[in-house]
Design a protein around this ligand. Structure first.
Ligand SMILES: Cc1cc2nc3c(=O)[nH]c(=O)nc-3n(C[C@H](O)[C@H](O)[C@H](O)COP(=O)(O)OP(=O)(O)OC[C@H]3O[C@@H](n4cnc5c(N)ncnc54)[C@H](O)[C@@H]3O)c2cc1C
Length: 342
């Protein structure tokens, strides 16, 4: 990010993953930043706390626009340089023998992998030994333990000199030179094409399985990912439902996710269920996160499944807009929306 000659007063509203990266990047660029968050407890109202938090630009290409992969690949290094807890162990994608067509389809849509046979799968994930004959390994992908990453970013925001105001509900732009609106779904009145995409996930503590990296089990109807958080904790997710209903996980979804986890490894049968939860992803129609610049108010929203991956990219764009009134990064145009009807 270009350093600035003229420090500005900037309000960043919302301390989810997008607001944290905005506040951090702008404070490090020398601006006077206030991060304003409605919840008194950090992250208690943020959809970000539910995320799998995988940095998986190649795998996400299966269903996302090319800009998500291209900008996401660039952001891997930014994350590694910023957040100490990033685990660089890649992603393993497998399918049961009857779903091998799914694996071929995924390989075609999401290049950037090595094809791996049983011996390599067993070496990568000893607790899956003997269960899968073929898979895809995306070596450069990374992941993190979501709560720890959010807490580390908040610490970094404070260390960079930003003022963090918790328990303060922002209502309208005040005297600040710029207001960066990162309220997620709460900004729907200003961003009418924003919609909610419900996601449910579980946290389990397993004694008999310890994965070394995120593992995706493909299935035509119930695709699954499992992200290891260490100490036996595994995040099992996630449903993708066109709904902005935030109510608790349904029995159907729990059965589907747990059934698939058990199919991945029967070792999950003895795991303790630590948490079942549901969140709602803010998304624009094409599911690409975007910066929407309207003079002194800049909206950053639509994170969908890519909030963690692309938050630093959106922050880089905003920092350039604040400093120069434009962003010359070649990938920026794909992550900006020129205007929406108010
Ligand atoms: C099950 C599930 C799995 C997911 N997995 C992934 C994943 O693996 N990778 C990924 O990148 N994304 C994932 N996501 C999506 C991701 O969690 C969201 O897209 C992202 O967290 C949205 O971030 P945000 O910062 O825009 O919003 P939020 O995290 O919701 O933050 C918005 C904040 O603004 C605050 N706020 C709202 N109104 C006001 C106001 N008036 N004044 C002050 N503060 C206000 C809220 O309290 C909140 O803290 C997943 C989501 C779900 C539900």
């Amino acid at each position: 990010v270009t350093s600035v000659s003229a420090p500005r007063d900037i309000d960043v509203v919302g301390a989810g993953i997008l607001g944290l990266w905005q506040a951090l990047t702008l404070a490090r660029a020398g601006h006077r930043v206030r991060l304003i968050e409605a919840s008194p407890e950090p992250f208690s109202h943020a959809q970000s706390r539910f995320a799998g938090a995988m940095l998986a630009p190649w795998c996400e290409a299966e269903a996302a626009e090319p800009i998500v992969r291209d900008a996401g690949i660039v952001m891997l290094d930014t994350w590694k340089a910023t957040c100490p807890g990033i685990v660089e162990a890649g992603t393993l994608v497998v399918a049961q023998a009857r779903d091998v067509g799914e694996l071929r389809r995924f390989a075609r849509l999401a290049p950037g992998h090595a094809e791996v046979e049983a011996a390599r799968i067993d070496a990568l994930e000893p607790d899956l030994a003997g269960r899968f004959r073929t898979g895809l390994f995306y070596e450069r992908e990374a992941h993190m333990r979501t709560p720890a990453a959010l807490a580390a970013l908040l610490d970094a925001v404070r260390a960079a000199g930003a003022e963090v105001r918790l328990g303060e509900t922002w209502a309208k732009a005040g005297k600040a030179d710029f207001t960066i609106d990162c309220r997620g779904l709460a900004a729907r009145a200003e961003l009418p094409t924003l919609r909610g995409v419900r996601g449910e996930r579980l946290l389990v503590r397993a004694r008999d399985v310890a994965l070394g990296r995120p593992v995706r089990l493909l299935h035509p109807r119930f695709p699954l990912y499992v992200v290891p958080w260490g100490e036996g904790l595994h995040l099992i997710g996630a449903t993708v439902i066109e709904s902005d209903d935030p109510s608790p996980m349904t029995v159907r979804s729990a059965l589907e996710l747990l059934g698939m986890a058990y199919a991945l490894s029967p070792g999950f049968g003895e795991a303790e269920i630590v948490e079942l939860s549901a969140g709602v992803r803010p998304a624009f129609p094409d599911n690409v996160p975007r910066v929407v610049a309207r003079g002194r108010i800049i909206h950053v929203n639509g994170a969908h499944r890519h909030g963690f991956l692309l938050a630093p990219a959106l922050a880089r764009i905003v920092a350039d807009l604040v400093a120069h009134g434009r962003c010359d990064w070649t990938l920026a145009s794909g992550l900006m929306m020129s205007e929406q009807p108010a």
